[in-house]
Design a binder for this molecule. Structure first.
Ligand SMILES: [Zn+2]
Length: 522
């Protein structure tokens, strides 16, 4: 029923797994011996499991220009072949305007089209990819996870950091780990190491290492007076600075002193490979503007921007998908389904089209189709929204057990949908497990009355709470039930049982008992 669980182990399961192995190993890049809690096999597993959801959460692959992806893969493979560690390296181009690149453990690397459009030549691309290859080869991701493990003990890579990240409403379940890996910082030493060895890999692969300097200069120039777009992406983890330009200049000088000279820039090849990307930039700018307009609730204006974008690149599924999203916001569900169909016909590998179409089908009362689409979206990326909708559909089909599981998963995120799902889960679960939501404690007051202190810890209002008392008074067993008609979220109070102990009698703990016999929710 939850097929992604097998493929993406829950974080706690992962922690348990990782916590068991402690070793020491030689760093494949630097040659230094260091503590190693995460084995090579675990690195490979994490990378393999998180690669797809991490791509999805970042916009999916840039599929309208497969030749560009093949080109980037060619450059990546040329560098990977001369790296200090053989890993199952993979390279993809993501459909994302933020200038960014990242590497997951195990050599799973991605570069955004928003970065590619700013580079001047193939050697600069090699500088970017070489840097990311070192992050993977030198175990920087694994090290950052290990630091987390050492600092936080067993609770390691927990659900934590994702709460405040832009992915709060997205990844739930195992994909939360990927979201966290993408937002983590490696630290300055790791960044310096990646620059230093990345430049060596460039030279080994036959590129002019001086491109690493021009790349940093470009970054410094672009970061001055640029919008937050730039600060969100690469520059958040790789702050551009004159210091970095100087460091790279010194590294290149070292190589020259070692007699390593020459190398190619590959400017013409790069310009040819990225021609389509530069030609179509106005379309993607219009798409980005449409996203901003949607955030400001200017749906019609956004749709017009998308019309422009679609006229420029008619087969870009993201443009069609965003227009379909607008139709869902406007509650035009049948039109939305048609537009999602067009998006999926162009690109069948992006979660949002299935998620949106599933929600639209659900609103149209087509439960079977809705369920199929939502599950397809979850297979690509488990999201709080899909889980929440699947929970609602399960409930409509009177499958309470499945509904509870879906709502519980949806509640793991940090956004508004997750809060709603948490309440939906509690609404179902309090009836089954009232003791988990109501603390109830008996006590006897100065007048000898038996009372109970009750406290509602559920995220919802509870009604008709039946508090059951049992006491042994003068050798006789007495039972009473008291009713609390309304107990709001977080509310507590005292409930009188109506049972009184004779003056001077203090009952022992085993002579009084209290429990919840029943309750209802709205
Ligand atoms: Zn880096």
């Amino acid at each position: 029923m939850f097929p992604y669980i097998a493929r993406h182990p829950t974080i706690s399961a992962l922690v348990l797994l990782l916590g068991l192995v402690v070793g020491c190993a030689q760093n494949p890049v630097t040659g230094q011996r260091e503590l190693s809690l995460i084995s090579t096999q675990q690195e490979l597993n994490i990378g393999a499991q998180q690669y797809q959801p991490s791509q999805q959460v970042q916009g999916g692959q840039f599929s309208v220009d497969p030749e560009l992806t093949a080109y980037v893969q060619g450059v990546g493979n040329r560098l990977a072949a001369v790296s200090d560690r053989q890993l199952p390296y993979e390279f993809v181009v993501l459909n994302n305007s933020v200038p960014n690149a990242w590497a997951l453990p195990g050599g799973k690397i991605a570069v955004n089209r928003g970065l590619l459009v700013e580079l001047n030549n193939e050697a600069e691309l090699a500088a970017v990819l070489g840097h990311e290859i070192v992050h993977a080869a030198a175990r920087h991701g694994a090290q950052a996870m290990e630091r987390g493990m050492l600092l936080q003990g067993a609770m390691v890579v927990g659900a934590i950091a994702v709460q405040d990240s832009p992915y709060a409403d997205y990844a739930v379940g195992g994909a939360m780990l990927g979201a966290q890996l993408l937002t983590q910082r490696y630290g300055r030493d790791a960044e310096r190491e990646s620059d230093a060895y990345g430049i060596r890999y460039m030279a080994r692969a036959g590129y002019d290492p001086a491109a690493a300097i021009t790349l940093q200069e470009t970054f410094v120039r672009l970061s001055e007076g640029r919008d937050s777009h730039w600060l969100d992406g690469l520059f958040a983890s790789h702050p551009p600075s004159e210091e970095r330009v100087r460091n790279n200049r010194a590294l290149v000088a070292d190589l020259r002193a070692e007699g390593i000279t020459g190398g190619e820039l590959g400017t013409e090849r790069y310009q040819a490979a990225t021609a389509f990307l530069r030609e179509t930039k106005p379309a993607y700018d219009a798409f980005d503007e449409a996203e901003q307009l949607i955030a400001q609730d200017k749906l019609e204006e956004a749709s017009r921007k998308l019309d422009t974008a679609i006229s420029l690149v008619p087969n870009e599924a993201r443009f069609l998908g965003l227009q379909a999203d607008i139709l869902v916001y406007e509650r035009r569900y049948e039109a939305a389904v048609q537009q999602y169909d067009r998006a999926i016909a162009e690109d069948s590998h992006y979660f949002d089209y299935y998620l949106g179409r599933g929600v639209a089908y659900s609103r149209l009362g087509q439960r079977q189709r809705a369920t199929e689409d939502l599950q397809a979206s979850v297979n690509l990326l488990p999201t709080a929204m899909a889980m929440n909708e699947l929970g609602t559909l399960s409930l409509q089909a009177n499958d309470r057990a499945s509904a509870k599981q879906y709502f519980q998963l949806a509640a793991q995120g940090g956004g508004q949908v997750s809060q709603q799902a948490g309440a939906a889960f509690a609404r179902l679960d309090v009836a089954d497990n009232p003791a988990s939501y109501i603390a109830v404690q008996p006590y006897v007051d100065a007048q000898g009355r038996l009372l109970a202190r009750v406290q509602n810890s559920a995220p919802i209002t509870l009604r008709n709470v039946q508090v059951q008392f049992r006491a042994v008074v003068a050798g006789q067993v007495v039972t009473r039930t008291a009713l609390v008609s309304t107990l709001a979220q977080g509310q507590g109070g005292d409930v009188d049982s109506g049972i009184n102990f004779p003056a001077g009698v203090t009952p022992t703990a085993d002579q009084v008992a209290v429990g919840i016999a029943g309750l209802s929710v709205d």
